[in-house]
Design a protein around this ligand. Structure first.
Ligand code: F6P
Length: 564
């Protein structure tokens, strides 16, 4: 059995009783979704659960009540609930970095009791204290009290960050764009491709631009390079438009640059006044940080009230995950279902298909959350994983995807579990003649999950008048697993709930596989090599020759073909 001591070796899932039973169950499993639905009128209700405002229908997955019973047994045998409780309580479950994992503490409501104290830190007080400062700053910008150095009101907030310091903020901004204050927009700069800095600043007025440099470590090459590029752009622009003198530069940086980081000493080294910096803590992972001060751009452009509602949504899902009985615990069930799909049905990827244009960056956001968390072959005690781990997450909003890659999901040879996400209330209720366009949109959502589940038999194809070889081409096997997630409306709270849902699903999978979902050592080698290659790329022939034949060939190609 497991212990709540986070350093205890993970239970090898393949040695559990449940795993052996699941293997036997998998081999013996008979029937199809058509049959299972026909045999069991309660199937949809049995596999549909509500978590906060989310209504989640798992019934179109390839499972029976027995599958779920065995998966829940597996969760008990590997100790998912104990590890969840250890995480919420601040145990150092991020073992390779010896850190607590407390993103759930970022969204505890003000005045939560008893207060959460971990490693001598009063977590609630610090979280609320920082939020208070972020909101004060946001209100000043929104009211026009905070101006640029020439006294003009801020119109654009540029967030410079990458990975977790970018993907969350940009996704949420895109999702909640209609709530942005009139006359205040956000832009996001992440890539070290200089095109990104060029395009992000293009058309902006330095006098009305505020820059947030967001970096947990404040050492990230892309972010610091972009921050320097934008600082030069800003100062240059102010010199031209407002005759800024060298003596006024410091004041200009103070009025136009703020920072968000856990490394406030490095913020100061960069030249940003620590008064204009918002901190967070090493127990917040980058990909779990959109609800920390990393969301300053959101609190500023969307407003503190929206941000508070967003946090409340996370908390509602945290409560559900912590307290709902296992049989109705949606993140637990969805995490276990992913285990079933990956380890027993051999799915290699997982599609996330929001039927909401505003969620167009959600799949990209989830890619970091899921793949940086569980893309690992080593377990938290250093031993090798004993099963396949992290599947590839990908997706695009429906209906666009329907006209691109759904063909493969419907008729390809691979199992691709897919999450379909939709909202009852449209953000914009438009009509086309008599047709409510949102209803047309939702009809597609319902149609796709139905087609994937139940398919179309050869007899049905023939009954429509098709004959010969075309019959097979027009047949749909069905039994393509999907989960449908619906909510009344895409609100800040519902968005927080959705993010927290996937955070906890990721956690559940990590625990079953024995993975520390909170480190990311796999990103280090590439970073190191990029630094090491700088001399060769700049033309040092000795260094170019020392590289492997492929790399030196590619560098030479670059040096011969670069124009300008
Ligand atoms: O390189 C990966 C990573 O460390 C991510 O985990 C992180 O979200 C991103 O880089 C950005 O890091 P930082 O916020 O420290 O700049």
């Amino acid at each position: 059995m497991t212990s709540s001591d986070p350093t205890t070796a993970p239970v090898d899932p393949t040695t559990t009783e449940a795993w052996a039973e699941l293997e036997a169950h998998d081999l013996a499993l008979e029937g199809s979704l058509r049959e299972w639905f026909a045999e069991d009128p309660e199937r949809a209700a049995r596999f549909t659960h509500d978590a906060a405002d989310l209504h989640v229908d798992l019934s179109k997955n390839l499972l029976t009540p027995e599958t779920m019973r065995l998966l829940l047994k597996l969760a008990r045998e590997v100790g998912v609930e104990e590890r969840r409780d250890a995480m919420y309580a601040g145990a150092h479950i991020n073992t390779t970095e010896d850190r607590a994992v407390l993103h759930t503490a970022l969204r505890r409501p003000a005045g939560s009791s008893p207060a959460l104290a971990v490693d001598g830190q009063n977590i609630d007080e610090d979280v609320r204290g920082t939020l208070h400062r972020v909101y004060e700053f946001a209100e000043k910008v929104r009211s026009g009290e905070w101006t640029g150095v020439t006294g003009k009101r801020i119109e654009t907030v540029v967030n410079i960050g990458i990975g977790g310091s970018d993907l969350g903020p940009v996704m949420v901004y895109e999702a909640l764009k209609p709530l942005a204050q009139d006359g205040l927009e956000a832009r996001f700069l992440s890539n070290i491709d200089p095109t990104d800095a060029y395009e992000t600043t293009r058309g902006l007025d330095p006098e009305t631009t505020l820059v947030i440099v967001a970096s947990k470590t404040f050492t990230t090459l892309e972010t610091l390079t972009n921050a320097r590029l934008v600082r030069s752009w800003l100062l240059e622009g102010l010199r031209e438009s407002a005759g800024l003198t060298a003596e006024q530069e410091k004041e200009a940086v103070a009025k136009h640059f703020v920072a968000v980081s856990t490394a406030l000493d490095k913020v100061e080294e960069f030249g940003i006044d620590p008064q204009n910096a918002f901190g967070f803590w090493n127990w917040v992972g980058g990909r779990y940080s959109v609800d920390s001060a990393i969301g300053t751009v959101l609190a500023t452009v969307l407003g503190p009230d929206v941000f508070e509602e967003f946090l409340a949504g996370f908390h509602a899902m945290d409560e559900h995950f912590a307290t709902a009985p296992a049989e109705q615990n949606v993140p637990l069930l969805m995490g276990l279902l992913n285990i079933w799909n990956v380890n027993f049905l051999e799915a290699e990827t997982h599609a996330v298909l929001p039927y909401s244009q505003y969620l167009h960056r959600f799949p990209a956001y989830l890619q970091q959350l899921t793949m940086e968390s569980n893309g690992k072959g080593v377990r938290w005690d250093g031993s090798l994983a004993t099963t396949e781990t992290g599947e590839v997450f990908w997706g695009e909003p429906g209906t666009n995807g329907q006209h691109a890659f759904y063909q493969l999901i419907h008729q390809g040879t691979r199992v691709i579990p897919a999450d379909f996400i939709a909202f009852a209330t449209p953000d914009h209720a438009l009509v086309d003649g008599e047709q409510d366009v949102h209803e047309l949109f939702l009809a597609n959502f319902f149609a796709q999950t139905k087609a994937l589940a139940f398919g179309k038999t050869a007899e049905e194809v023939r009954a429509e008048g098709t004959e010969g070889a075309l019959v097979a081409a027009r047949e749909f096997s069905g039994d393509r697993p999907t989960t449908s997630i619906m909510a009344p409306k895409l609100t800040p709270s519902v968005l927080g709930q959705l993010i927290a849902l996937y955070e906890h699903i990721t956690f559940v999978q990590g625990v079953v596989w024995g993975i520390n979902s909170f480190d990311q050592w796999g990103v280090e080698l590439g970073k190191q090599l990029a630094k090491d290659l700088a001399g060769a790329v700049a033309g040092d022939e000795e260094k170019i020759s020392a590289e492997d034949a492929s790399t030196s060939g590619l560098i030479r190609y670059y040096r011969e073909h670069r124009e300008g």
